[in-house]
Design a protein around this ligand. Structure first.
Ligand code: ADP
Length: 153
């Protein structure tokens, strides 16, 4: 099983959407492997958003992400990096598909409720960036026998 990182961004926390976001991942059949609230500092954001650090909008992204606490989730499931990205929807929330988190819950490019790792390689790095090993949990989930076929578990 694969693991991926999700951040419920400050707008999601401020708008009381933490439970709704987690509900959607749980309803899909994904497993929570880690969960915590934290504030993000300049250094971790520069590392996390290195791919946009030279964009003119980066200072705004950084101050937004530092504006209030976030909730970070490590989510586990079969090929879950892709599955979680599909559940989140595209960056520009007002054009995201209905049924996705961004499509249903947001209007903005900047304030788009969630971050999700965009590749398996980045997911490994991002989970390590935000969780210490003892903050991640390995356990059996009884519903797996109903969520996956025998050859997928
Ligand atoms: P995603 O979060 O969908 O993977 P990116 O990695 O391209 O998207 O961008 C990271 C985050 O930076 C976005 O989720 C969004 O919050 C912010 N962002 C991206 N593009 C813009 C933009 N043009 N203006 C403002 N914020 C942006």
């Amino acid at each position: 099983m694969e693991r991926t990182l999700v951040i419920v961004k400050p707008d999601g926390v401020q708008r009381g959407l933490v439970g709704e976001v987690i509900r959607r991942f749980e309803a899909k059949g994904l497993k929570l492997a880690g969960l915590k609230m934290m504030t993000l500092d300049e250094a971790v954001l520069r590392e996390h958003y290195a791919h946009i650090a030279d964009k003119p909008f980066y200072p705004g992204v950084e101050s937004f992400m530092r504006g209030s606490p976030v909730v970070v989730l490590c989510i586990e499931g079969l090929q879950c990096v892709n599955a979680v990205r599909l559940l989140c929807g595209i960056t520009k929330a007002r054009e995201a598909d209905a049924g996705t988190i961004r499509g249903d819950l947001a209007m903005s490019v900047a304030c788009n409720v969630v971050h999700a790792s965009d590749s398996s390689e980045n997911a490994v790095k991002e989970v390590k960036r935000f969780f210490k090993p003892d903050e991640l949990f390995t356990y059996d989930k009884s519903e797996y026998m109903h969520v996956y076929g025998a050859d997928e578990r």
